[in-house]
Design a binder for this molecule. Structure first.
Ligand code: F6P
Length: 333
């Protein structure tokens, strides 16, 4: 079985996430160890369309495990969404003799991999695809964890701790918007870790009185003179509208901070390096075993894999227990 796969491509696509480099490294080193050639594809699916690639060996990925961003660059490719774009990508795969592709990214990346694989099959070409979940949003249904989430949490926490110093001095209310796309996983985890006064997430409709103003009042009654509100970017109106509500209802001197892309940078945490390394290893193992259309995932402590179609249908809700813990702890001290 192992002998069938001779050469694979690896790419990163969509928003970058700390730990993508560690995943690329694991893919390349595992492949090389199995005698499989590896080709780096730059700028996501665009790299296949535009023949933007280079051969990789074990030394190509030296000293990248600790680096944020992605050495392969990344992009969101509109052209790849069309059959004509994918036909160009398939031509590159054929020219290079690629047996498989490891695509590192989020749901959009997996949809691209699936479309490419289907088009290859229709054309009678052999091309295996495996996805690795990497996004700071942690919003991939099939996996409890996505590469980059832990580092993004740590980055946001560090920034918020700094904000707290000045909010405390000025006795202000800080409203901080964190990323997360349409999900509140990042906001919830960061909010718990920062001891926020309130956390507002898109998964729960906001009752301004109960979820925002009352926690602030309770905190004030308990002696607090500064307040930290964490808002997920997916909340309608975002942090600015929440800031306005607070100022109008409480007259607190309020400042809004949108953390933005700083959350996507930085050296990956231990958790992200380790997860990326295991997932990169698993992806190559799956390809070498002849598997295709799989997504590597973490379920509890175990690395598993899912059919891409099934994975794309899976949804992930906010961790209810963490939400309850957050509710129990906010605004009461
Ligand atoms: O998916 C990762 C993410 O950082 C989201 O949290 C955010 O909504 C989006 O990407 C931002 O995308 P861009 O980098 O294109 O502005």
């Amino acid at each position: 079985m192992d002998k069938q796969v001779k050469r694979i491509g690896v790419l990163t696509s969509g928003g970058d996430a700390p730990g993508m480099n560690a995943a690329v490294r694991a893919v390349v080193r595992t492949a090389v160890g199995r005698g499989i050639d590896c080709v780096g594809i730059r700028r996501g699916w665009n790299g296949l369309i535009n023949s933007d690639f280079f051969p990789m060996d074990a030394s190509s990925v030296s000293h990248i495990i600790d680096k944020g961003g992605t050495m392969l660059y990344t992009a969101r490719s509109m052209e790849f969404m069309e059959p004509a774009g994918r036909a160009k990508a398939l031509a590159t795969c054929k020219l290079l003799g690629l047996d498989g592709i490891v695509a590192i990214g989020g749901d959009g990346t997996f949809r691209g991999a699936l479309a490419l694989s289907r088009q290859a099959a229709e054309a009678g070409e052999h091309l295996q695809v495996v996805g690795i979940p990497a996004t700071i949003d942690n919003d991939i249904g099939c996996s409890h964890y996505t590469i980059g989430f832990d580092t993004a949490c740590n980055t946001a926490i560090e920034c918020i701790d700094k904000l707290r110093d000045t909010m405390q001095s000025h006795e202000r209310c800080s409203v901080v918007e964190v990323m997360g796309h349409r999900a509140g996983h990042l906001a919830l985890t960061v909010g718990v870790a920062c001891g926020a006064t309130a956390v507002i997430v898109p998964e729960h409709p906001v009752d301004y009185e109960a979820d925002l103003l009352e926690p602030i009042r309770r905190a004030r009654l308990a002696g607090r003179t500064h307040f930290m509100i964490i808002v997920a970017e997916g909340v309608e109106g975002g942090a600015y509208s929440i800031g306005k509500v607070i100022e109008e209802a409480t007259a607190l001197d309020t400042r809004v901070t949108v953390l933005g892309h700083i959350q996507r940078g930085g050296s990956p945490s231990s958790r992200d390096r380790i997860t990326a390394t295991y997932m990169g290893y698993e992806a190559v193992r799956l390809l070498a075993e002849g598997k295709t259309c799989r997504v590597v995932a973490l379920q509890g402590e175990n690395y598993v894999d899912y059919d891409i179609t099934e994975a794309l249908q899976m949804t992930k809700s906010l961790d209810q227990h963490t939400y309850e813990v957050m509710r129990a702890l906010t605004g009461v001290h």
